[in-house]
Write a protein that binds this ligand. Sequence first.
Ligand code: UT7
Length: 325
Amino acid sequence: MNVIRAVARGCGAYLPERIVSNDELAEKVDTTDQWIVERTGIRQRHIAAEGELTSDLAIAAAREALAMAGLEGNDIDALIVATSTPDLTFPATAAKVQAALGMNGGFAFDVQAVCSGFIFATSVANNFITSGQAKRALVIGAETFSRILDWEDRGTCVLFGDGAGALVLEAVEGDGTAADRGILTSHLHSDGRLHDLLYVDGGVSTTQTAGYVRMQGKEVFRHAVTNLANVVNEALDATGLKADDIAWVVPHQANKRILDGTARKLKIDPAKIIMTVDRHANTSAASVPLALCAAVADGRIKEGDLLLLEAMGAGFTWGSLLLRW
Ligand code: UT7
């Protein structure tokens, strides 16, 4: 049976120029390189320059993705930016990106699902494409988390970084089997009861400020491994594929121990996990597309490879996508 699939045409990444090492952070808060590496796997993070906005990061990543796809802004009819650190309360950061890319038609909007944002936004784009409402979609995960960190809270400020990643998807007819290229299945979840374990202590209608990240790390960690393992199994069950069929896992990069723990639980070879948390830290919605682009750029991900994308974040939100590259 012929079906429409959302097939990846290109991806792009952007990381701010400034790199901040663990040692540099240890000069400001009571921490050490050893603690950060042992507990998280993070060695450094990129931090946006003063005046460098989430939209600037998104535009740079989008331009690279469009170039790889051989397309221009006007070729895109759906643009979705996943971010929790928008330039302004409104309009959407996506609208600014749309104008900068010279995309004069179609529609653009933001999705806010924190660290799961890219999985949610890609899933939304997939629905537009498979329903015939869009032919080409540009999905971007972009964050300047450095702007919502309490730089005196060692429990959170060492964990995050800034960056953006982008993915161009295009409608292509497939056979309707798991051998098709494109997105094969997507699974989204949220549980608002866990809101207080990870949140920002400010907002438009509460404090009229942006607020700072607050997290009960240990609790988040515990839920992460269980939820991620479940949502990966859900994707495999939906397609009849096995863990062994996965060429690469492209996970949200929060903590190396979460990635290792999930891989163990799922009996997936750790060598198949794309790991950028050491260089990028946790870039929230940008982390999955940044990891994806890194592995495409260095030649690990090749056409036809089965990829498993997964993430979990505040809300709680979590989700997975199976995508044949
Ligand atoms: O992307 C969204 C999802 N977010 C996550 O997935 C994050 C999930 N959580 C984690 O990654 C981990 O829980 C953390 C890395 C945040 C913390 O690791 P942990 O092993 O759970 O440590 P802990 O919070 O239990 O803290 C252990 C100790 C505490 O000291 P005491 O009470 O044992 O004396 C902390 O005060 O480590 C202390 N600590 C630090 N020490 C040095 C906390 N942060 C630091 C730090 N440097 N930066």
